[in-house]
Write a protein that binds this ligand. Structure first.
Ligand code: ZN
Length: 232
């Protein structure tokens, strides 16, 4: 039997039979793991409210025969309640989790912190789509696949509004007018400037900002496509 201190974010909660729960968590040190909670569906279970999707907790886990159990919870933050109060934030958080679940396969403390911060600020943000787009670009950076926005991938010339020709997702970078004649582009010059800007902006500075929702939805879709291309 091994005792482990760790922090967790609940990615998924699944009911097992009539009484038990199986949760998938992302742990700060161990990464993605399943935890079995005997009697987790019973109202008087001390862990019941803590182990809901989106929540953060810190505690002691026990590893026994390759399985993880919760020994005690020292501190927790009920993000689930804040997120679920607003339908928009609930759907956005679900989409963020879906992406995170799909592409996070190894333990990474920075990714853990990014997810935790995103869920903390999401209910407070005026524009949920903006936070989702910001999450995606920051997440792409942590994967080490940040696109080459500012330089032409062929000739390395600095890109500006006059020489920018295209940004095609498969290329993972911009091309200048001298290197490409293709006018069709997945991202416009304004898009890459915008994405570079929100990449550097802290969530705390972002929660009062507002931009076109349809534009942000389109950018989020492109960033999800970008992840797909990089991981296929
Ligand atoms: Zn070029």
């Amino acid at each position: 039997m091994i005792y482990l201190k760790d922090e967790a974010i609940v990615l998924q909660t699944v009911q097992v039979g009539e009484k038990d729960l199986s949760i998938t968590v992302y742990l700060k040190n161990l990464g993605k793991e399943n935890i079995y909670i005997k009697g987790g569906q019973i109202i008087k279970n001390p862990f019941l409210t803590t182990v809901q999707q989106f929540n953060w907790f810190k505690g002691v886990l026990i590893k026994y025969k390759e399985k993880l159990f919760i020994k005690e919870i020292d501190k927790s933050y009920n993000l689930a309640i804040n997120i679920s109060q607003n339908l928009d934030s609930f759907f956005t958080a679900s989409k963020i989790l879906e992406t995170f679940n799909k592409y996070t396969t190894f333990p990474d403390k920075k990714m853990f912190n990014l997810l935790k911060k995103t869920f903390y600020f999401l209910p407070r943000a005026k524009n949920k789509e903006l936070l989702q787009t910001a999450f995606l670009i920051k997440y792409i950076y942590l994967h080490g696949i940040f696109p080459t926005f500012g330089k032409c991938i062929k000739c390395k010339t600095k890109i500006n509004s006059r020489n920018f020709q295209n940004f095609i997702l498969e290329n993972k970078g911009s091309l200048c007018k001298r290197c490409s004649r293709v006018r069709k582009t997945d991202l416009t010059y304004e898009d890459i400037v915008f994405l570079s800007k929100i990449f550097k902006t802290k969530y705390s500075k972002m929660i009062n900002l507002d931009f076109s929702h349809s534009k942000l939805r389109l950018l989020s879709k492109k960033l999800n496509d970008y992840l797909k291309i990089n991981f296929s």
